[in-house]
Write a protein of this length. Structure first.
Length: 627
């Protein structure tokens, strides 16, 4: 394929792939602010004009997988809610594929549960008695054995993409993705079902789609390339989750097309030059600015060898940006600017929810569901307790009834039908709600653990296995010290610590993941844009070992692990940090301020100039820093 630069020709390339008689697959490079969604919608509208009758005659749809519910809703709206297009998140799409295969689901669950039970029983037989893990394991084993024993009685499994998956017949998010990848890879029948139902499959933000599922979809395409078109939209520089496929877009099959959207419609010229420089040594994908405005970029160096009040310093930066840009909105309203960090620990500390967030974020297997809020242990509090308490505080009886009717087993239909006194069951639910609300008073608020214990006592809501194990402990249990790794369960320990947080911290966390907080990170703002952006670089405050702006700016040397990973072609901390730096800087529509907290300001300035990221007049050091 020849290089093209005009938006119309790129849309033509994409459209040419969606030929039902001669399908082709493609990977579309879509950099920051490239108008990807507009292209997607315009191509699909054009496709609809030519193929609508054929899709309907064959009971087929075009499948579009998006990364977020917000993106899903936006694309549906732009496509006028046309049923010819199935627009869904990856979890919803995966569930639609496998939900009519209960026997396969059952067998995979049996194998998984049996393996889990064997691991727990082995650890119990070899671990030290009397430890917290030893006391918890029998409850875990009993829960898994109970679920295993119930599988043959389940005729139909259930799943909710929003996280409401606590019943015996429900599947978790991880189970749905894992099973779909397994079945697509090993069950030719499911491949046939997929390509017959969806002759065209488009995956947005493909660089962050689960690696195992992307690889399964590649296998489907390779086996059915004459009947099936797969289009991946993405940008490796905007991969922000560790479970996405690395180097996606490289080493593609020879018959794949690789169009590029080279225009940036979001950022002013100066910001485009900056983000091009940041990614220059990563790949050859450079963008061209569409806007005529030059825009503003400034790097402020804060020397941490001096006593610095960070809040005061950051306000002074906003004052300076208001002067430089002649834009008073930098200082008139905090909501008119967006503060972004490279690390979640920093956002958690500044947002006031680190006691809840930090223990869970330290566990790799919890990170993704913590960042998107879909973990079942989280949704107990975010989708049941939080809205219930909010409704109680304002006296909204309708909302209270709706939440309890929807989520509480105390008044489930089957329970009321067999009860000799349905009124007594309703009174029990009302008492459970009042008892929960009584944990709050004018002078104090409960911890999450206190809330959990009360919900467990009253049975107001069902508990996920992890929280049920914790809630079932005796209040005054004393445990032996662990002797080795068999005597600890890192996930349960993380939840033990997180549950010590006050409920107000959890509310702040929910605001953060809902992008209602003053502070954001690379994950929370992907795809979003803001006129005025302030990016905070602070390794000391971030405390992250996966990212290091000090290494990126050559303030600190690479570790032995970094050097080994470089030699082996593996990802390093610098690679991750550079991607996050790119994502945060590329949000700016008008002006961008970057604050670097460092005890070696001269090295930061030197690297910033040598890399060509900033010009000398754009770097504003504190008085002790020398250019």
């Amino acid at each position: 394929m020849t290089d093209t630069t005009t938006p119309a020709s790129i849309d033509n390339d994409i459209y040419s792939c969606l030929n039902l008689d001669a399908p082709k697959s493609f990977f579309l490079f879509a950099g920051a602010g490239s108008g990807k969604t507009r292209s997607l919608v315009e191509v699909l509208k054009r496709f609809r004009e030519q193929n609508l009758h054929r899709l309907r005659a064959n009971a087929q749809q075009v499948a579009i997988i998006t990364y977020t519910n917000a993106a899903c809703d936006e694309i549906k709206r732009r496509l006028e809610f046309d049923p010819s297009f199935s627009v869904s998140t990856i979890h919803s799409f995966a569930w639609e594929l496998i939900k009519f295969h209960p026997n396969d689901i059952r067998e995979m669950l049996k194998a998984s549960l049996q393996a889990d039970i064997e691991i727990l029983e082995d650890a119990q037989s070899k671990g030290r008695a009397g430890t917290k893990a030893a006391e918890d394991r029998p409850r875990q084993i009993a829960s898994k054995q109970s679920r295993l024993g119930s599988l043959d009685r389940i005729r139909k499994f259930s799943y909710s993409p929003s996280g409401d998956n606590t019943s015996r017949d429900s599947l978790s998010h991880a189970e749905v993705i894992g099973m779909t990848a397994e079945l697509l890879t090993n069950k030719p029948l499911l491949q046939q079902i997929l390509i017959r139902k969806y002759p065209v499959l488009l995956v947005d933000e493909s660089q962050d789609t689960k690696k195992e599922l992307i690889e399964a979809l590649f296998a489907v395409q390779a086996s059915h390339k004459e009947q099936f078109s797969m289009g991946l939209f993405g940008d490796v520089m905007q991969r922000i989750y560790n479970d996405g496929k690395e180097h996606l877009g490289q080493d593609l099959p020879d018959d794949w097309l690789t169009p590029k959207k080279e225009y940036n419609y979001r950022c002013p010229r100066r910001v485009v030059r900056l983000i091009n420089k940041i990614r220059e040594d990563v790949d050859q994908n450079q963008q061209l600015p569409v806007k005529d405005t030059e825009g503003f970029v400034r790097l402020f160096i804060a020397d941490t060898r001096d006593e610095i009040d960070k809040s005061t310093f950051e306000e002074s930066v906003c004052q300076e940006m208001a002067k430089i840009t002649e834009d008073e909105l930098w200082i008139e309203d905090r909501k008119s600017r967006k503060t972004l960090t490279l690390e979640h620990h920093m956002a958690a500390r500044r947002g006031g929810f680190s006691s809840f967030f930090d223990p869970l974020y330290a566990i790799d297997k919890l990170k993704t569901s913590l960042l998107d809020g879909t973990n079942a242990c989280i949704t107990l509090f975010s989708e049941r307790v939080l809205p219930l308490i909010n409704s109680l505080e304002v006296g909204n009886q309708f909302a209270i009834s709706r939440i309890v009717n929807k989520y509480s087993p105390l008044i489930a239909t089957d329970r009321l039908q067999v009860s000799s006194s349905p009124r007594a069951e309703l009174d029990k639910a009302k008492h459970a709600v009042n008892s929960l609300h009584a944990l709050w008073d004018e002078t104090s608020e409960p911890s999450l653990n206190s809330i959990l214990k009360e919900v467990h006592r009253s049975g107001l809501f069902p508990l996920p296995e992890m929280l049920a194990v914790i809630a079932a402990r005796e209040e005054e249990e004393e445990y032996q010290e662990p002797e080795n790794e068999r005597d600890v369960n890192p996930v349960i320990d993380a939840w033990d610590n997180a549950l010590k947080a006050k409920f107000s911290e959890f509310k702040a966390y929910v605001q953060y993941i809902s992008d209602e907080s003053e502070f954001g990170t690379h994950q929370g703002i992907k795809g979003l844009e803001f006129p005025r952006v302030m990016v905070i670089l602070d390794d000391e405050e971030a405390r992250g070992f996966l990212f290091s702006y000090d290494k990126l700016f050559r303030v600190k040397p690479l570790t032995t692990t970094d050097l080994r990973n470089q030699r082996e072609g593996k990802e390093t901390g610098i690679d991750r940090t550079k991607r996050l730096f790119y994502v945060t800087c590329s949000r700016a529509e008008e002006s961008l301020a970057i604050i670097a907290y460092t005890d070696k300001p001269d090295e930061v300035i030197r690297t910033a100039l040598q890399e060509g990221w900033f010009e000398e007049g754009e770097i504003i050091p504190t008085p002790t820093a020398k250019g």
